[in-house]
Design a protein around this ligand. Structure first.
Ligand code: ADP
Length: 603
């Protein structure tokens, strides 16, 4: 496992290693140089002392006195100089030693192999530091050669234990070790403070960066130390500010795009170069009746319409633009128009955009217009053909017979009236549909309206043997609407009721107010209308029985006019009918009460 040291640990460890190594190095060097200097010092002191002692020995020592006198002299001198004094013959025989009892001196080993003795014999003086097995100590030996007045040679040797030196060195070593310990403690403390001052901002910077990475873009470093990490923190905060602004911009653009896509009535589908859906708005989901918005999937996985998939494939295969109309499988089916274009630009690659328009209403209007033209042509052709036939018959000879001439002239007149009614109804309908002349609302009294309508159809009702009735509220009912249009609508309904009810039937006109609506209804006891015709009854030129309608002089536009009168007043129409029992047509208008200044017209 790889050891992971913190920033602080590394600085601390590094400092510690440097400080400890340096102090150990200094301690070793110090000990060495101090030791050699002290030994040198001891040596030079002893060399001075030995010169004095040598003079004394030269004066006092007589050759031939033997070990007895030699050792005595050595003892005395030893006491005076405070060092071990040894007298040795050039042959190495010990004649006296201040620290060895006299009786043992003859037993002492031959000293001729001692380095200081060898050097003294050769150069006149010598020294060495050795462990004395006799005394069990490190000793400094200094030896000198002397010559007695009688010309006899003798080696004088002084020896001093180095225990003082070692003691001093030991004390110094302890001091140095203390200094090392103190130095280590101090350096640990200083290194800790330095490392902390560096690692703390680094840790804070790391925490800030981690928070930002997790999505909290509001976090900042804010406290900038006065070293490089402060500069790093400042640069980091600037980077975070920049990032925040960029993300804000992107979010705003994305929200705007989403709002646009959401608000669009057109369906929008965008795919990436690989063909996967990038964007699909709600309108598209609704138009294609998709269960979910198919982002991240292939269109072929979710769209069931082969025409649309084919259009998408064609553009993916390389075409720049394809438009296609198709119907959905829904009930009722919608008619959609797809425009598919290939996207350009580096980022988009070869992705594509598909926009769907709902053209159901346009299609319906186109069909209505086509049907209308066909219906009008058809309606016109019948009277025109009849007029032409009658005129030709007249020219061909019927003019000569007053009886036939009258018959055909009356036929021409009837057809002409029918054409006039047709044109009048068409114009009325066109005017209502165009919306160019809004209803001229004015005060209408229910009673007056009923009277006026009844009066207009009185003759017809009498002629057809139909009884007329009416039902009005007890209280006077007054409301505002376009009087001419409402009267026309009521006339159409009552006229139909009388025409289709026939002999012995009854037609009732009712006006009432229900839930702040004016309900104008016409009921009859006529043949009724089969249920399957009811939904389309208010369409232009829709007739239950075309021949019967024509016989009655109907144009097929009466109920369409009633419906449009209702629409321009924000009202509605409905019909209830039981075949064999009769029908009830209702024109329902919102109740608009007249302002205090009665009788004024308002648009
Ligand atoms: P028309 O000029 O043919 O009467 P309308 O638009 O007024 O045209 O009426 C449409 C059709 O509705 C008529 O052709 C007729 O078949 C049917 N209809 C209208 N009113 C009645 C009614 N009161 N009773 C039975 N059928 C009716």
């Amino acid at each position: 496992m790889k050891l992971r040291l913190s920033f602080q640990g590394r600085i601390l460890g590094g400092c510690l290693v440097v400080v400890v190594c340096t102090l150990i190095f200094v301690a070793v060097l110090m000990e060495r140089s101090l030791g050699s200097q002290m030994v040198q010092q001891v040596r030079s002191t002893m060399q001075h002392e030995i010169l004095t002692v040598r003079e004394v020995v030269r004066d006092r020592w007589r050759p031939g006195e033997g070990i007895q006198a030699g050792d005595k002299l050595a003892d005395r001198l030893g006491r005076i100089v405070g060092a071990r004094v040894t007298l040795i013959t050039p042959a190495g025989k010990v004649l006296g030693d201040s620290q060895v009892p006299r009786g043992e001196v003859p037993e002492m080993a031959n000293h001729s192999d001692r380095p200081e003795i060898i050097a003294a014999l050769k150069d006149g003086e010598g020294s060495s530091v050795r462990y004395s097995s006799t005394l069990g100590l490190d000793l400094m030996y200094v030896a000198t050669r002397l010559e007695t007045p009688e010309g006899r040679k003798l080696i004088l040797r002084l020896a001093l234990p180095l225990s003082q030196v070692e003691k001093t060195i030991g004390q110094t070593r302890n001091l140095v070790l203390g200094a090392i310990f103190l130095g280590v403690l101090l350096s640990i403390g200083v290194a800790y403070l330095v490392a902390r001052s560096l690692s703390k901002p680094v840790q804070q910077l790391t925490r800030t960066a981690a928070s930002i990475a997790e999505g909290d873009l509001s976090r900042r470093f804010t406290r900038y130390p006065s070293h490089e990490i402060g500069d790093l923190g400042r640069a980091f905060d600037q980077m975070a500010d920049h990032l925040q602004r960029t993300i804000d911009d992107i979010t705003t653009s994305r929200d705007l795009l989403e709002a646009i896509l959401r608000g669009m009535v057109e369906g929008v589908l965008v795919t990436d170069p690989q063909g996967y859906v990038l964007v699909a708005n709600r309108a598209l989901k609704k138009m294609l009746d998709l269960e979910s918005v198919p982002v991240g999937r292939l269109p072929s996985e979710i769209i069931r319409n082969a025409d649309l998939l084919e259009a998408l494939d064609e553009v993916r295969a390389g075409r720049e633009y394809v438009s296609r109309e198709f119907s959905t499988l829904g009930d009722p089916p919608s008619h959609l128009e797809a425009h598919v274009v290939r996207m350009t630009g580096d980022t988009a690659g070869a992705g594509l955009v598909c926009v769907l328009h709902d053209i159901t209403e346009r299609k319906r209007l186109e069909k209505t217009r086509r049907d209308f033209v066909a219906n009008v042509s058809h309606e016109l052709r019948t009277p025109l053909t009849a007029v032409r036939g009658a005129a030709e018959t007249l020219i061909d000879g019927a003019l000569d017979s007053p009886q036939y001439a009258r018959h055909f002239a009356e036929l021409i007149l009837r057809q002409n009236r029918r054409l006039e009614r047709l044109v009048q109804d068409l114009m009325e309908l066109a005017s209502l549909e165009s919306g160019q002349s809004p209803p001229r609302r004015r005060r209408i009294e229910a009673l007056e309206l009923a009277d006026s309508v009844m009066e207009a159809v009185l003759d017809l009702a009498e002629a057809r043997g139909v009884e007329l009735g009416r039902s009005l509220p007890r209280e006077p009912l007054v409301f505002q609407a376009d009087a001419r249009q409402v009267e026309q609508a009521m006339l159409n309904l009552v006229d139909n009721a009388i025409k289709y009810t026939g002999q012995g039937g009854k037609v009732t006109l009712s006006i009432a107010v229900e839930d702040r609506e004016v309900v104008l209804s016409v009921s009859d006891t006529g043949p009724g209308i089969p249920a399957e015709h009811l939904p389309r009854l208010f369409e232009r030129f829709y007739r239950v029985d075309t021949n019967r309608s024509r016989e009655m002089g109907g144009t097929g536009l009466g109920l369409a006019i009633v419906k449009h009168v209702a629409l321009v007043h924000q009202g509605r129409v409905d019909v209830e009918s039981v075949p064999g029992q009769g029908s009830t047509f209702r024109l329902v208008l919102p109740l608009v009460e007249p302002p205090s200044g009665e009788g004024e017209e308002t648009a």
